[in-house]
Design a protein around this ligand. Sequence first.
Ligand code: PLP
Length: 391
Amino acid sequence: MKEKSFIAKKMTSIPPSGIRVIFELAQKYDKLIRLEIGEPDFDTPEHIKKAAEEALRDGCTHYTSSLGMIELREVVAEKLRKDNGIATDPSEDIIITSGGSNALSLAMLATINPGEEVLIPDPYWAQYDGLVRVTGGIPILFPVLEENEYQINPEDVEAKITERTKMIIINSPNNPTGAVLKKENLEAIADLAIRHNILILSDEAYERIIYDDITHYSIGSFPGMEDLTISAFTFSKTYAMTGWRLGYARAPKEIVAEMAKLALFQTSCPNSISQKAGIAAMKGSQNCVTKMVEEYKRRRDFIVERLNKIEGISCQKPDGAFYVFPNTSSLLDSSYELSKFLIKEARVSTTPGKAFGDLGEGHLRVSYANSIENIDKGLKQIELALNALKH
Ligand code: PLP
């Protein structure tokens, strides 16, 4: 009898997560200092948790619209207008999702046909590649270079555009580099999208985690981009709400209608209690966000300075997110080997840059979603282990 696989063929084109190896190795050691973490180390602010408790008590335990509660969509619309400069109609062009990841997957499933190409900046958050493959689309990488401070060079994007190009993904502030795209950079990308009639999927998960006098610009607010942009956001990072699974997207209403159809199949709707918490998060004082960002900034300044003092490491100072992406290429060629070495010898876990694409090789992603004390201890241990490596 012919051998039959129950696994869908498309799954074989999706590589397993590269960081799994590191994760499994890390499990074998206690007392590791965790600098690979991709989520805030803060607890969700009290007033948000209280709103969830009240929602539960008040019996807010039923399905909502697959677009999300209208009350939350209205609050989101106001935020998008005020903070992002994006004009919206909450009854039609906003969808509340189960986290930012769900917003990205609904957006891609609703728009990408098999064989269509999606341009992704390399290095990139690894899930983009897998998500494109799930749709039957083809991920096409374009380089984003360290010497260009990880700003996108529009010519590198244009060079990859073909008649099959359907979408360009951008992610600012960026995971893993922490780079925040400048306004003129985004304008050049918007110009490309308009000239070639290509959709932009703008992942703005870290929009509020930015430092100094840097401004975050939403490409969806630029002239001519309203019909060409899907803007994806999340409560996860801004309000330390990763476990609540709450995000949202603004897109042209035809796309939102298809995303809502898909959401009905996948989850019916986002968690009702989380939605009530989301209303409190956005309506309440934003001091909690300011405080968390101030603390991230303190840690960023500390970690960049300390890393640059370690022989063989050079680290740019990123403007956003809670990651640094130091160049470690003079220490070991393979970032996987370096990351494994640091787990074993320094008892510190980091993420190998290669897990974020070929251009991530020669780097580590080091997260500062951890206390200054732990970061300090971790870096001391790294320094000692690297000294031993050299001698
Ligand atoms: N986009 C980026 C770049 C991320 O790093 C993450 C999470 O790490 C997400 C989106 C999605 O986060 P969530 O699904 O928790 O909203």
